[in-house]
Design a protein around this ligand. Structure first.
Ligand code: FMN
Length: 242
């Protein structure tokens, strides 16, 4: 069933720069609702290769104090250190979406990373659709192993997929240029194929004395999953969509 308001939201959604966000921020209950929506994200094999760390004002202030040391160690320039500090120091609420790789023979790690990115977008969109301003940020510190393990206590293979800053918007940014979908999409705007499969054959060239070969239909057979117990979605998913 068509959901016009969802389509309208998706067609017009726009992040609000974190530095323009202010109080109030979602309360605990409202945030739980947003996280519940975010966790409803495609996840091959139901591995849940992600988790959340809620960063309230106190926790953000703590992170702010860790940046100077990390910046010096990494030889970051003063401007980038200041920007990273402000990302935490000026914020009231952010959620760190943490990528948590899970062992799996079936689901390659890259698919688990995609899922963590999808969680970030779902959380961002849930916040925006609820009327909050929100912004998905990373920053150099989020890619530094040592900082992640000391400041955020991440496990050795965990990574920050994103910091989703959430608050009250103080100003709406202008629209940013959006991609030219035709330019990035193969076939959507392609000209008609040179070989028109529906054109009538030129029968003047056919020698009726020579028997025509039987047509070969090259249609792959549908691939059915193994036993239902192996399916991600339980017994009804004999024909897997994953
Ligand atoms: C993984 C990821 C990390 C990002 N990190 C930053 C960042 O550190 N700083 C920044 O200004 N924008 C960053 N962005 C860009 C913004 O989140 C966002 O793409 C931009 O504001 C436009 O968003 P919109 O399409 O919702 O309007 C990041 C985006 C992604 C996907």
């Amino acid at each position: 069933m068509k959901n016009a308001s969802a389509l309208d939201f998706l067609a017009t959604r726009r992040s609000r720069p974190a530095k323009t966000l202010s109080q109030p921020v979602p309360n605990r209950e409202q945030l739980r609702d947003l996280l519940t929506i975010a966790a409803r994200t495609p996840d091959h094999g139901k591995l849940e290769p992600w988790r959340f760390i809620v960063l309230d004002r106190a926790r953000l202030k703590e992170l702010h104090t860790t940046i100077d040391e990390a910046g010096k160690r990494l030889n970051e320039d003063a401007e980038r250190i200041e920007k990273m500090k402000n990302q935490f120091g000026n914020a009231d609420l952010a959620v760190a979406v943490i990528f948590v790789p899970k062992p799996s023979h079936k689901v390659p790690e890259i698919e688990q990373i995609y899922s963590a990115g999808a969680v970030c977008l779902a959380l961002l969109n849930a916040a925006l659709a609820s009327g909050w301003g929100a912004n998905w940020l990373s920053g150099w510190a989020s890619h530094d192993r040592e900082w992640c393990e000391t400041a955020l206590s991440l496990g050795p293979r965990e990574r920050v997929a994103g910091f989703i800053h959430i608050g009250t918007e103080t100003s709406a940014p202008p629209e940013r240029p959006r991609p030219d979908v035709d330019a990035i999409t193969e076939d959507l705007a392609a000209p008609a194929p040179a070989f028109d499969v529906f054109a009538a054959p030129d029968i003047s060239t056919i020698d009726l004395a020579v028997p025509l070969p039987a047509p070969v239909l090259n249609v792959p057979a549908p691939v059915l999953d193994g036993p239902a117990s192996e399916s991600d979605d339980g017994p009804i998913a004999a024909l897997s969509l994953d």
